[in-house]
Design a protein around this ligand. Structure first.
Ligand SMILES: [Fe+2]
Length: 521
């Protein structure tokens, strides 16, 4: 566990953008998002969002682009697997001299690989195909109901139960043997082998370009006889380059294992003092602890969340702020996460807002009710006055909302963020907003909301921000990826969360609990 007091200068806010770069960036982002199954709003030739013309038009554009990019993704995946199978085959040849033992090892590895592939991928692919067929049957309209039915089938039907030994009836809230032995290694393998393959392709391309340039130079030099010929690449140097390239391609496997076994669990406690000039005197030194993006599941089991709740209580907060994504996909996990979070102790209470995963799992009303039964209030376009003596601060909360489509439906797609939230503000005191999506910050600052607390990005989850801030997948969806931001009218803190999504790996984005201390100066 790391404790830090980030006193670094403010992250820059979003820079002014010209039309052309913004347009190109948005188009690239749309294509990438469609490719990974989270389509964003698409742009026509004039740079206007297509969804303004109606959902039908939007979905038709999405379908052909999604098909092309999805097919390219499958091809890259297949190519990466062939690449690594061949690579391991050549390593087996050089490391195992006995042909009998080599054959045995190769066959055993292939059997294990095919079983893992069948267990983890086949049901999803079949359900994906069924989904496409049902969309075509429905006139090309993708509705939330269709997707949720399909996802429900994934979790509830005894689909492929015969190959798995048991059906995936629900997302577990504890680390099961099946998740540890069958899901985690496979997710690590697919993610890291894809990254390693892409690195190998880039290095191979660079090598070919360098060889081509060298060949061209030699031809020109030979024709003119005016410049000295470059010395040929020595065999030892070429071997060194090949070994370096292979080491770089295998680096994601090591980094992935580090991210899964160490960094994912290496909690960082961030302390930050927040200056709010109009903070009432009674709230000088008021402490708020923030937990975000819990994502209860096999890789964020209830026991682990209980540990984080204990750590949060040890920080002696006055108030606890929970900024959404309590569940991942499965509605049946909501009571388990509420049970654990009910252990948070703060004299001024625990408050929260909802994330996109509560929306996708369709648990917004039910989890709000469960939290209320345990004394935690979820603010859904509501405010709560936190009083101390005759003074108070105003705590506001909103559900997840986005001006760009993310996920299986157009739910919560808004043209303007926080529309009407200014009516919930209280003049003359500190206004603090809980909003899962950090993209609401620009509007919050326009309203003069002093502090926004957000999550959603997981700090990028797997990033190379230590090389460049642009090397983070979350940059595709927001300028506010992690940490503290300030602009005229307000401040924002984006918590990296404690759970994971997609792969149970964190790299350069450790889990985080933040404790804020409010101050007038
Ligand atoms: Fe999340």
């Amino acid at each position: 566990m790391i404790c830090s007091d980030p006193s670094s200068p403010a992250h820059p806010g979003p820079q002014p953008k010209t039309f052309i770069p913004q347009h190109l960036k948005a188009s690239a982002r749309s294509l990438i998002q469609v490719g990974i199954g989270h389509p964003f709003k698409l742009h026509n030739s004039r740079g206007k969002a297509m969804y303004t013309k109606g959902e039908g038009t939007w979905v038709q554009v999405h379908m052909w682009q999604g098909f092309l990019i999805g097919s390219a993704g499958v091809l890259i995946l297949v190519a990466s697997q062939i690449f690594w199978v061949k690579q391991f085959g050549s390593w087996a040849t050089s490391l195992i001299p006995s042909s009998l033992w080599r054959r045995r090892v190769v066959v055993a590895a292939l059997v294990a690989y095919v079983l893992l592939l069948s267990y983890n991928l086949l049901p999803s692919w079949i359900i994906f195909i069924l989904n496409r067929i049902s969309m075509m049957g429905g006139g090309g309209r993708s509705t939330g109901a269709t997707d949720l039915t399909v996802r429900g089938a994934l979790h509830q039907a005894h689909f492929w139960g015969w190959i798995r030994g048991a059906a995936r009836s629900a997302e577990p809230t504890h680390l099961t043997l099946r998740a540890a032995l069958l899901q985690a290694p496979f997710q690590w393998w697919i993610f890291c082998s894809l990254l390693g393959f892409l690195i190998a392709v880039l290095l191979g391309l660079g090598d070919r370009i360098a060889l081509g340039a060298r060949w061209l130079y030699r031809r020109v030099a030979r024709a003119g006889r005016a410049v000295p010929l470059p010395s040929p690449v020595s065999l030892a140097r070429r071997r060194f380059l090949e070994r370096t390239a292979m080491a770089m391609s295998t680096a994601p496997f090591v980094a992935g294992a580090y991210g899964m076994f160490y960094e994912r669990l290496n909690l960082e406690i961030s302390h930050r003092r927040i200056k709010i000039p109009r903070l009432p005197r009674a709230f000088e030194g008021f402490r708020i602890v923030q937990l975000s993006d819990i994502h209860i599941g096999a890789f964020m089991p209830a026991e682990e969340i209980r540990r984080y709740v204990g750590i949060a209580n040890g920080l002696k907060p006055d108030l606890a702020a929970l900024t959404g994504d309590f569940v991942t996909w499965d509605p049946s996990t909501q009571s388990a996460v509420v049970d654990v979070l009910a252990g948070i102790k703060a004299p001024f209470g625990a408050y929260g807002c909802l994330g996109n995963h509560e929306m996708w799992a369709k648990v917004e009303d039910s989890i709000t009710h469960l939290f209320a039964l345990r004394g935690i209030r979820i603010l859904r376009r509501e405010r709560a006055l936190i009083t101390s003596g005759s003074e108070f601060i105003n705590l506001l909360g909103v559900d997840y909302e986005s001006n760009a489509r993310m996920g299986p439906s157009n739910q919560r797609l808004v043209r303007e963020y926080l529309l009407g939230v200014d009516r919930l503000m209280a003049p003359g005191t500190a206004n603090i907003l809980l909003s899962h999506n950090p993209n609401t910050f620009d509007r919050a600052a326009e309203y003069g909301i002093d502090l926004s607390l957000a999550g959603h990005t997981h700090g990028g989850q797997v990033t190379l921000e230590f090389i460049s801030p642009e090397l983070s997948p979350s940059r595709l969806i927001t300028s506010y990826v992690r940490g503290w931001y300030e602009k005229p009218g307000g401040q924002l803190y984006v918590n990296r969360g404690i759970g994971t999504i997609g792969v149970p790996i964190r790299f350069d984005a450790p889990p985080e609990i933040t404790v804020f201390e409010l101050s007038r100066s």
